[in-house]
Design a protein around this ligand. Sequence first.
Ligand SMILES: Cc1ncc(COP(=O)(O)O)c(C=O)c1O
Length: 267
Amino acid sequence: MSEAAYVDRLAAELEQEFQEKSVIAFVAETVAGATLGAVPPVPGYFKRVRELCDRHGVLLILDEVMCGMGRCGTLWAFEQEGIVPDLVAIAKGLGAGYQPIGALMVSKGIADTIQGGSGFFQHGHTYIGHAAACAGALAVQKRLHEDGVLARVAPLGRSLEKKLKEAFDDHPHVGDIRGRGLFWALELVEDRATKKPFDPELRVHARVKREALEAGLLCYPMGGTVDGVQGDHVLVAPPFIAAEAQLDELVDKLATAIALREPLPAG
Ligand SMILES: Cc1ncc(COP(=O)(O)O)c(C=O)c1O
């Protein structure tokens, strides 16, 4: 199936849902993170989703907790899709881990509707809008924009892509290398040609996590990539301040982690 045909199929499925049910919103991760392993959207997918949402009066909510705030090479991952959501959730990169902070951005239309209605948005947490967390996030955003840190992501990402592909394109257990910006994943498979996943009982992702840690690499291996049960991948998301040599080190250590040196018991 071509990518265009796939987008048509997904759009038809979504439209059918919108026609059959009363739908308030459609929620998606712009670039799927921990669950699928850095999977960018198929070209044109979000344009179709946006059109369908507009036509059926459905809000489009994007989750950019992982892929947003520069991780994919632009401040918002959705910029690369040529659409704007109605609401977008952000967190991790907002404070770069220095402060625990998350935020929900809403379009002007939604803010105006609330303001023009009751003017009251009943919502809160004990530490909502905490000054120290906001100050930390502001400092991070200043570095991103004023010190050129965001501008490093796209070129460093291209370099990481090249290094990953050089190292793993022919690896017998790497079925796919995908990502965007500094957000990349390897999909680990039993058979490269057929993309047959490993038996989930082998817990290949857990082994990779242990081996990576032993090698001195913090990465994010997960299972259930294919259908929630089968499939393994390992996600890497180096810091935006990484140097080329550190990307080389990452790739070397990842190679050690996925070498699966101990024989895997027969599935
Ligand atoms: C894409 C995505 N959305 C939401 C969350 C949850 O965020 P929080 O822990 O801030 O509720 C995570 C956590 O990893 C995530 O990766």
